[in-house]
Structure formats: C-alpha cells, structure tokens
Design a protein around this ligand. Structure first.
Ligand code: PGA
Length: 251
C-alpha cells in the first residue's frame, strides 16, 4: 500500500507573512491527521520563514524548481543545496508551466532530476499532455516520451526518493478536473511504462500523484482509484482550510 503524498504547489503566490500565516493554520488543522505525507512548496522568498514555522511539524517543504549546479554564475537560478539549506526536503521538477513558459526540455529536466536526487532532495517529477495532444490521440506517446526521457538513467534506489505527478495541462487551473476514470487510465499507463522500463518492483513502489483542479470535494473519488497515490494541488493549496480538506479527504 502506497502512502498518499499530498503536496501544495503555491506557484508565484503568497508574500512571506501570508505564507507563514497559512502554514501555521495548516499545522493546527492537520495536527491529528495520520496516513498521508504532506508537503508545501512556497515561493523561494518565503522558504526560510516557512521552514522556521514548520520546525517540529510533520509537514515537509519543497522548492518549485531548481537548477543542475551546486553554485556559480547562473543568474536567477537556485540549487538543490540552497533549497536544503533553508529546510526543503523536496523539489518539484518538470511542472508544465516550466515546460511551457520557460522552454524546459525533457533532456534538461532529466539532468535537473538526476542532480536534485544526487544532492539528497526528494523530487516530484511532473508529466502530462495538453488538450490538443489528448484530442489528437497523442496522449500515450507524449506521456511515454516524458517518462522515458525524463527518467532516463535512474537507478532502482532513486525511485525511493521520488514521485511522478500526472498533471494533464488542460486540467491545471481551469476548474476542469480529469474524471477519476481518466486519471486512473493515465496513472495505470504511467505505471505500466515504469514497469517496462525499470521493473515491476519500481512500478509498484512509486507514488503517482494526480494534479489539475483538485479540490476538497473531488479529492476522495480521485484518491479511491488504485493507481492514484496522492495529489499535487495548485489553487486549492493556497488556503489552509481547503488544503486541509483535501488532505483529510485523501486518508
Ligand atoms: P491547480 O494546479 O490545482 O490550480 O489546477 C495544479 C498544479 O499545477 O500543480
């Protein structure tokens, strides 16, 4: 049985004071909740303060992105070591907004993923098709390319420190959630790819999160599907009560 992994991707939202207020509220709302791993991914400027606020709590923190070098002349970038320095255990890699707006390729993401893992961070690695790709029947090809190229060269033990997040681009921030059946179909396909590429043991242990307009009132039916092992939540993760609602619906 895979333990649900429920993560909030705050994207470019919340100033430091709002971020700290949010996690303080979240801590009390989920204090008695067992049975899920909980992660929040604030903006870089709020990491330090949120990290302080989360000390002693079971809620973990992650970055939303990081580069593939430890330090150096890479203006505007941040390293896994720097994320760890302020208390991050996780990072997101390969979010569709990074792929779409910042031109991140499968090859670059593969390098970032391997460097983050080698640096001791856990990674949520995102994949997902656009509406156009889905409607033109390319969904499986796109997922296969993203999984095979994105995860190329990983070892069995790397998979102990990562999850895959299936986030159909057409469901992100649109209010259009994939149906539980659509999510299950894509997750089962991804698990099949992992099995073919890395073996049944890897496929069985890797958590596959669903992302795209997850809310407290649709989380339970998504999570009930056998291959849906958690959620990566955007908009509904910005408020403590709605994020806590999703967490409670998932356990
Ligand atoms: P959403 O975003 O929940 O606002 O759709 C999910 C994500 O992009 O991770």
């Amino acid at each position: 049985m895979r333990k649900p992994l429920i993560a909030g991707n705050w994207k470019m939202n919340l100033l430091v004071s709002d971020a700290v207020k949010m996690v303080n509220e979240l801590k009390s709302l989920v204090a008695g909740v067992n049975g899920a791993d909980i992660v929040v991914c604030p903006v870089f400027t709020a990491l330090s303060a949120v990290g302080e606020a989360l000390k002693g709590s079971a809620i973990e923190m992650g970055g939303q992105n990081c580069y593939l070098k430890e330090s150096g002349a890479y203006t505007g970038e941040i390293s896994p070591q720097m994320l760890k320095d302020v208390g991050c255990a996780w990072t997101i890699i390969g979010h569709s907004e990074r792929r779409q707006y910042f031109g991140e390729t499968d090859e670059l993401l593969n390098q970032k993923l391997k460097f983050a893992l080698a640096s001791g961070l856990k990674v949520m690695f995102c994949v997902g098709e656009t509406l156009e790709e889905r409607e033109s029947g390319q969904m499986n090809d796109v997922l296969e390319r993203q999984v095979i190229k994105g995860l190329a060269g990983l070892s069995d033990s790397d998979f102990d420190s990562m999850s895959v997040a299936y986030e159909p681009v057409w469901a992100i921030g649109t209010g259009k959630t994939a149906s539980p059946e659509q999510a299950q179909e894509a997750h089962a396909f991804i698990r099949g790819l992992l099995s073919k590429q890395f073996g049944a043991g890897v496929a069985e242990k890797v958590r596959i999160q669903y992302g795209g307009s997850v809310k407290a009132d649709n989380a339970a039916e998504l999570m009930a599907k056998p291959d849906v092992d958690g959620a990566l939540v955007g908009g509904a993760a910005l408020k403590a009560d709605s994020f806590a609602g999703i967490i409670k619906a998932s356990v």
